[in-house]
Design a protein. Structure first.
Length: 394
């Protein structure tokens, strides 16, 4: 059955194309996609993949969020998440005012533990809880770091800025995520921590990955390697280096650079074999499992869905895998199942993603596009699919 509304990514692509005064044929000539594919996406007959959206955004010179419709304000307001964004924005803005004369902050040891706790909450996809506690943690850590500077405090402050980035991305506020990464760089410099600086470059690379700027993303990954390479080899530096390779693998996959994909995954696999699971290092989830997950993701990004599905069926996630990473895998698998014609399995994995990480799933544009694709091909719409569509605001 066709989608029940005209508020979808393809419709927004059509609107922006018309504003740019481009015909379908003219616009298709600017994309690495066929005229037929473009027309199907615009009319809602096919879901818009992330790489297609990025290519359209580049060709139209607009942000990806213009086409995806993020942030999904109506749903955010209904879930009372939108009201948590402004205090985070304010806390990020007041970073350079020094110690607050009227603030009584919690002890430094408590604040250091709080920074780790917030990272852990985001990994567990407790976004509302983390977002509510984040502004005060940023404010108190900034105050304390200015008042009694130490490497540990600046590191913890950088960590809270990284948490602000993670929350902003998951809720679709990409402008805010960019500000958070700038603040992270500022704090990492004061901590003189090359690993934090490299992690920040990794996250910047993923920002450009979402926007379809793959060459810039690859340069940022290379920059991250250069930064972490300045430090002595430790378990920490190896984990960060491995994660940079994993980021590089999916960026190279989008750029259809198979040689680079193989190289990055090989390097990451070698590091993971040396250090084992290093999920605790900067909350990056690096280790053998994450290498397998990125191998599958790279196949998805290259459109090799049969290969991706074969790999996905071999992956067994332990209970120790972060909920956010588990949900990401389930959404990737749902898309892969849909693209290979396994619609019931696709719906099953969407439902599993919702159960594991409801907030992350509800605001993930890929989940919406997969649901829309399932709605289009379904001869009879299952109640669970109807519920999922309503739940995400379709």
């Amino acid at each position: 059955m066709p989608p029940p509304d005209d508020d979808h990514t393809g419709a927004r692509v059509r609107e922006q194309r018309r504003l740019a005064r481009l015909t379908l044929r003219q616009f298709a000539d600017r994309l690495p996609y066929s005229y037929s594919y473009l027309t199907q996406v615009e009319c809602g007959a096919r879901p818009a993949t992330a790489d297609f959206v990025a290519a359209c955004a580049r060709a139209l010179r607009v942000d990806v969020t213009v086409l995806t419709g993020q942030p999904y304000v109506t749903e955010l307001q209904r879930d009372r998440l939108a009201e948590l964004v402004r205090p985070i924005r304010e806390a990020l803005d007041l970073y350079d005012l020094g110690a607050h004369p009227d603030l009584t902050a919690r002890p430094a040891a408590v604040l250091l533990a709080e920074a780790d706790r917030l990272c852990e909450q985001v990994r567990a996809t407790h976004l509302r809880t983390a977002a509510g506690a984040l502004p005060s943690a940023i404010t108190e850590l900034a105050h304390t770091a200015w008042q009694t500077p130490s490497t540990e405090l600046w590191r913890a402050l950088a960590s809270t800025y990284r948490t602000a980035h993670d929350i902003a991305v998951k809720l679709g506020y990409y402008d805010l995520s960019a500000v958070a990464l700038d603040r992270m760089a500022w704090a990492a410099e004061r901590a003189s921590d090359p690993c934090l600086g490299a992690v920040r470059q990794y996250m910047r690379a993923l920002v450009y990955f979402r926007e379809g700027e793959y060459a810039i993303g690859q340069r940022l990954v290379a920059s991250g390697h250069g930064i972490v390479g300045q430090a002595d080899e430790t378990r920490e530096t190896l984990a960060v280096t491995g994660q940079l390779h994993l980021g590089g693998s999916v960026i190279a996959a989008r750029a259809d650079d198979v040689t680079a994909v193989v190289r990055h995954l090989s390097e990451a696999r070698t590091i993971a074999a040396r250090i084992g699971d290093a999920s605790d290092v900067h909350w990056l989830s690096f280790g053998p499992t994450n290498v397998a997950l990125h191998r599958m993701s790279a196949a998805v990004e290259m459109g090799r869905y049969d290969t991706a599905l074969t790999q996905a069926r071999r992956i067994r996630l332990s209970t120790s895998v972060a909920t956010s990473r588990r949900a990401h895998f389930l959404l990737d698998r749902a898309r892969t199942e849909m693209e290979t014609g396994h619609t019931e399995a696709a719906l099953t994995h969407l439902v599993q993603a919702r159960r594991a990480a409801p907030e992350q799933t509800r605001y993930h544009p890929g989940a919406r596009e997969t649901i829309r694709g399932l709605l289009h091909v379904a001869r009879r719409t299952p109640d669970s699919l109807t519920y999922m569509a309503s739940w995400v605001g379709m």
